[in-house]
Design a protein around this ligand. Sequence first.
Ligand SMILES: *Cc1c(COP(=O)(O)O)cnc(C)c1O
Length: 417
Amino acid sequence: MLIHHAFAFVIQVNSNYLKLKAGYLFPEIARRVQAFSQNHPQTDLIRLGIGDVTEPLPLACRDAMKKAIDEMGTVSGFHGYGPEQGYRWLREAIAQSDYEGRGCEVSADEIFISDGSKCDSSNILDILGEGNRIAVTDPVYPVYVDSNVMAGRTGKSADSKRYEGLYYLSINAANNFQVQIPEYPLDLIYLCFPNNPTGAVATKEELESWVAYARKNDALILFDAAYESFIQDSSLPHSIYEIDGARDCAIEFRSFSKNAGFTGTRCAFTVIPKNIKGKALNNEKIDLWSLWNRRQSTKFNGVSYIVQRGAEAVYSSAGKMQVKALVGFYMKNAQIIREYLSKAGFSVYGGKHAPYVWIKTPDKMSSWDFFDFLLEQANIVGTPGSGFGFSGEGYFRLSAFNSRANVEKAMQRIGNL
Ligand SMILES: *Cc1c(COP(=O)(O)O)cnc(C)c1O
């Protein structure tokens, strides 16, 4: 006979989730926008907030995916489960175009295809132990912070601004949005260049200093290069592996989301050089490649054949031209935003090698006050800098992902304020 206790079926939850800050950025934006729209139903809002692309998928990618669908409709061309690491032809195209072509030593074997850098940059914690000293920039892409909170690698957010147990490296106008190399040792450092949200970019010298630091301190750099295709100056590095020695100390995340408009199609990849090592509890040296390979083989079943064919087409000559045009289109938007806002008297940063323009709020307004002001007075939705971290307070992010007409209209409205 079953005995029913009052609490018999109350299971344990992951209490780390309860440490996450309640007022998460994008839901709060959505809440305020919805409240405004309800009171002003006729208003034509322009959304320069969330970093999602707006232009259609490149033709080369669509053609490749259509062809792949037709193959899937034949017995000989049907594909079931693919390799968990991704198809060889895509990994080779990436190794050749993104790495060999830029003088980087990365083999196809070291490239793991996935359905997104958001997942990869979170999942990487699966293969990393407790007790690492972890650093993020401030402001930062919130995924790096929240994934550490969920995995129990932080304490609480005492002042609801910063989590205990995480190291924050401020990037702001005073340090020219360059991450200052700390004097103390760290184990894991998340770097994102070109940067979301500030639009800042790292020079070769800066990355060289980081690689030297990581090698000296046996640290691991988690390098997010989701926006590398937006770099306009040929002297700037697109990959951390353009730096000598990075193969010993850096993992790189790349995505087709922003360059080829794959935010809704889903394809990305992570590079783990075979020589990177960590240590086990007994101090034995273990290579991270093997752990990630094991992790992916167990918990992931690959990206669809059709989507990988679409991603492969990014590297065809037509694909390269179409992606270049897409990126050029958004970068023209960024230039328009930069020029308009500079003329209107704002302090404007970023937007030269990234689709984000980072501005200082006028008259020392808080980020959220400026959000409300722009929403109410110009009917423009942006992103409050403080949502990306403590040091983002007093800043505001505008995204260049929109139609030309909307960008121009938005800038006229700001000009008319
Ligand atoms: C958009 C973005 C990505 C890409 O994430 P996907 O999951 O591949 O779409 C990665 N990192 C940053 C900082 C981003 O802004």
